[in-house]
Structure formats: structure tokens, C-alpha cells
Design a protein around this ligand. Structure first.
Ligand code: NAP
Length: 280
């Protein structure tokens, strides 16, 4: 069994970005909007900031309390869209309940949509066109599979989860690689019978130990996107790692698998948007 080491691959990607950034006169710049007091969101935003600064990027963090209005955030995004020093704009999800996330995402200039969530970028991805940015987590999953030379062509793959930020774009990327893709969700019947036939099982659900050993075919590749916290604040994936590792050919750990790849891809997207915006 091979552990798919996302942490190591992410480090390699970040080192490469750092070297490339050192050679730039002007630095890439990432703006992050945090309008939520959820502790996990705060941690995600501070790790994004730390990572950006380590690469030599400019990091702009805009934090708001629950009195912030939709109009104020719209005005901020319009200002960031106009500011040629800002290359990437990200709205950290979820937002306070009174705010409309989709409306804000649609206001971001697609050329600065570093998360790849804008309908223009989602549409481009679905049409097989090159989006300005590809959603970070799905992009990270494909990079891990590529790094370990896991061929996708003709493989039977199941993605469990159909969110706009993970399941759907990941299914699209897998289809583009000629995998035969099944997408499962909370209304899927007989999930175990389906997963047991798959060469690759990717879980993005958010329930600890959801994927058990008896759901996996021998020598299948297992990718765990899920993150959930147990009461003792230990981070758990969706996969019952200790048991599934005995049957899988390759498996991602949690932590140290998909998570670090998401942030590395965010930094790569920022760099790519910078290049696109500074093209002569
Ligand atoms: P989400 O929007 O809550 O989507 C969860 C998906 O799981 C939904 O499609 C849901 O189905 C499906 N689901 C729920 N219960 C199920 C069940 N019993 N059987 C089959 N499917 C079920 O979450 P998300 O944003 O996609 O994120 C998924 C997980 O990945 C979360 O744990 C999140 O924290 C994690 N995540 C990790 C990273 C990373 O960097 N590692 C990045 C993003 C997200 P319905 O559509 O029918 O409701």
C-alpha cells in the first residue's frame, strides 16, 4: 500500500512557486474576504495568509463582524476588481447567514476568481475550455493522482459528494481524463454496492469514518477529501484509514493528503492569474 503524500507534493509546488516569485519584480497579490466568525474559517484564512507571505506574495485580508452588509462587500469586491495590484480575490465560505455568497462570487471579475467558483470559470471547465482558475481542491486531487502516475483513462471512479466546490468540478476533471465517473450523494441507494466495484473511490462528504473497508475493492485507490472535527478537535477524514489502508493500493492520509494540496493550488492559481494579468 502506498500513502499518497499530499504534504510532500504541496511542499514541492510551493518551493517552485517561491523560486519563481523571487524572480518577479512585482509580486502576486491575493485578497481574502472573511465575513464569518467560524473558528475553522479563521484558521483557513490565517494559513492562506501565512502561506502567501512565505512565498513573497502580497496578502490582503479583509475581516468583518456580523454587522457587515451585502452592499459593503459588493463595494469592496468592485474596488478590488478595479485595483490592478490585486491578482486574486477569494471570499472565504461560509459567510454570516444574512449574506448572499453566490451574488458575491458572481461579482468577482472571473479573471481574478482565484477559487474558480465564478459561473464563467465553472462554465469554461464544463465546456472543456481553459478556466482562468480551476477550483483548488479538485485540482489538488488530480495533481496527487498524476504525481503517483495513477492512470485515469478508462478507470471506474466514484466521487461521493456533489458540491459545487468539490464533487461536481472534480467529476468534470476526471471525465476530461477519460475516466468513467459516477457521482454519489445523500440520496444514492446501495452506495456500498457501487463503491465496491470502483477502481478509484474519492470521498468528499464530511462524515468521519464514512468510508469503511467493506466498501472498497481490493487494490482500489482511495482519496479522502473530507475534513471533520471530533470532540477532542482531532481532524478526521471520511475514510476509516486504519482499516481501509489494508485493502487499498494507494490512500491519502488525513491530515497530510488533500488538505495541503488545496492551499498549494490556491497559491498556484494566484501565480497563474498574476501571469495572465501581466501578460505583455
Ligand atoms: P458539502 O457541500 O456539505 O457536500 C457534501 C456532499 O456529501 C453533498 O453532496 C452530500 O449530498 C453528500 N453526502 C452527505 N451525506 C451523504 C451520505 N450519507 N451518502 C452520500 N453522500 C452524502 O461539502 P463540501 O464543501 O463538498 O466538502 C466535503 C468535505 O470535504 C467536507 O468535509 C469539507 O470540510 C471537506 N473539504 C476539504 C477540503 C480540503 O482541502 N481537504 C476542501 C474543501 C472541502 P447532497 O448533495 O445530497 O446533500
Amino acid at each position: 500500500m502506498i500513502i499518497l503524500d499530499g504534504k510532500k507534493l504541496a511542499k514541492k509546488i510551493l518551493e517552485d512557486l517561491k523560486t519563481k516569485t523571487e524572480a518577479l519584480a512585482k509580486k502576486p497579490s491575493l485578497a481574502v474576504i472573511l465575513a464569518n466568525d467560524n473558528p475553522s474559517s479563521k484558521i483557513y484564512v490565517s494559513s492562506k495568509e501565512k502561506c502567501a507571505l512565505e512565498l513573497g506574495y502580497q496578502s490582503l485580508i479583509y475581516k468583518f463582524d456580523n454587522t457587515v452588509t451585502q452592499e459593503k462587500l459588493i463595494a469592496l469586491i468592485n474596488e478590488l476588481n478595479q485595483n490592478s495590484d490585486v491578482n486574486g480575490i477569494l471570499v472565504q465560505l461560509p459567510l454570516f447567514n444574512h449574506l448572499n455568497a453566490q451574488q458575491l462570487i458572481e461579482i468577482i471579475n472571473p479573471k481574478k476568481d482565484v477559487d474558480g467558483f465564478h459561473p464563467i470559470n465553472v462554465g469554461k471547465l464544463n465546456c472543456g475550455l481553459k478556466p482562468y482558475a480551476i477550483c483548488c481542491t479538485p485540482k489538488g486531487v488530480i495533481k496527487i493522482l498524476d504525481e503517483y502516475k495513477i492512470d485515469l483513462e478508462g478507470k471506474n471512479v466514484i466521487v461521493i459528494g456533489r458540491s459545487n466546490i468539490v464533487g461536481k468540478p472534480l467529476a468534470t476533471l476526471l471525465l476530461q481524463r477519460n475516466a468513467t465517473v459516477t457521482v454519489a450523494h445523500s440520496k444514492t441507494k446501495n452506495l456500498k454496492e457501487i463503491t465496491k466495484t470502483k477502481d478509484i473511490v474519492i470521498s468528499a462528504v464530511g462524515i468521519a469514518n464514512f468510508v469503511k473497508q467493506d466498501m472498497i475493492k481490493k487494490d482500489a485507490v482511495v482519496i479522502d477529501v473530507g475534513i471533520s472535527k471530533q470532540t477532542n478537535t482531532k481532524i478526521m477524514g471520511d475514510v476509516d484509514f486504519e482499516n481501509v489502508k489494508n485493502i487499498a493500493s494507494h490512500i491519502t492520509p488525513v491530515p497530510g493528503g488533500v488538505g495541503p494540496m488545496t492551499i498549494a493550488c490556491l497559491m498556484e492559481n494566484t501565480y497563474e492569474l498574476y501571469l495572465e494579468q501581466n501578460k505583455k
